[in-house]
Design a protein around this ligand. Structure first.
Ligand code: ATP
Length: 247
């Protein structure tokens, strides 16, 4: 059967320190061009899932011990993180990891370093500033002096400038005021629609995530317990009670 999945996880298992099992046979897929939400409570294993995909587990003594991960039709195991970036997979980590001692523009340039050979050397600043005019205003300022919301914009801008096929987004709403979250999620939706980049979106804030997603998965204790279209999940009574905080 032909598939348009940009990402496919089959029964993956992850252990930390060879002892703590964080993922227990997790499967999910992201279809080409879609935003897929990965929801669930604290400690369910959402960040671990993203790290398994982008080959960052080893940094925390984590290990993929079973299952298969295919990105763009090819297995990701054996690949190093920078090779995955070059192949079009960009992970925006939790907590707005930007280089605080570099300017906004230098942060954007740095995000393209891993890409040499794929798109040449000239970073497309305009593309980022079109979505984040605020970053244009602050382009010569140090990233460390940006507000939390601006740093999140920069973290997403760094992904955008790498022109990936898939962006893994870990908790973009974390620590931001509701109005700003609203604003950033609208921009994420526009980037998806206009640039055609697929996204796997990890969020605590289930209702705002489902509002911009095509499909969603809910995980508990290291595996998927429910999945469905975003509209279906947003209207499901159990999902509403346990994850959206409405009964
Ligand atoms: P959160 O929203 O709190 O980040 P999460 O759903 O992203 O939650 P993970 O951070 O993936 O969950 O954690 C899943 C499980 O793996 C938890 O039991 C956690 O304690 C454990 N875990 C996560 N990181 C590590 C680590 N570096 N070393 C050991 N155990 C870890």
């Amino acid at each position: 059967q032909a598939t348009a999945s940009v990402l496919e996880l089959n029964n993956i298992e992850v252990f930390y320190n060879k002892s703590v099992q964080a993922l227990r046979g997790l499967s999910l897929r992201v279809e080409q061009g879609q935003i897929v939400a990965l929801l669930g409570s604290n400690g369910a294993g959402k960040s671990t899932t993203l790290k398994a995909i982008s080959a960052l587990l080893a940094l925390e003594n984590g290990e993929l011990t079973d299952g298969r991960i295919r990105f763009d039709g090819k297995p990701v195991s054996q690949k190093r993180p920078h090779e995955l970036v070059r192949a079009g997979l960009f992970h925006v980590m939790e907590g707005r990891r930007v280089f605080e001692d570099l300017t906004v523009e230098e942060n954007l340039v740095a995000a393209t370093y891993a890409l040499n050979g794929r798109q040449g050397l000239k970073p497309d600043f305009e593309l980022v500033y079109e979505y984040f005019p605020r970053l244009y205003e602050r382009r010569h300022g140090l990233a460390g002096y940006l507000s939390g919301g601006e740093q999140q914009m920069l973290a997403i801008g760094r992904a955008l400038i790498a022109k990936p096929k898939l962006i893994l987004l870990d908790e973009p709403s974390l620590g931001l005021a509701p109005l700003l979250v609203e604003n950033i999620f609208q921009i994420i939706a526009r980037i998806n629609a206009e640039q055609g980049v697929s996204m796997l979106l990890v969020e605590q804030n289930a209702s705002i995530a489902l509002a911009i997603s095509h499909y969603g998965y809910i995980m508990e204790m290291g595996k998927i317990v429910t999945d469905g279209s975003a509209g279906f999940l947003a209207n499901d009574p159990d999902v509403r009670e346990f994850y959206l905080g409405v009964g």
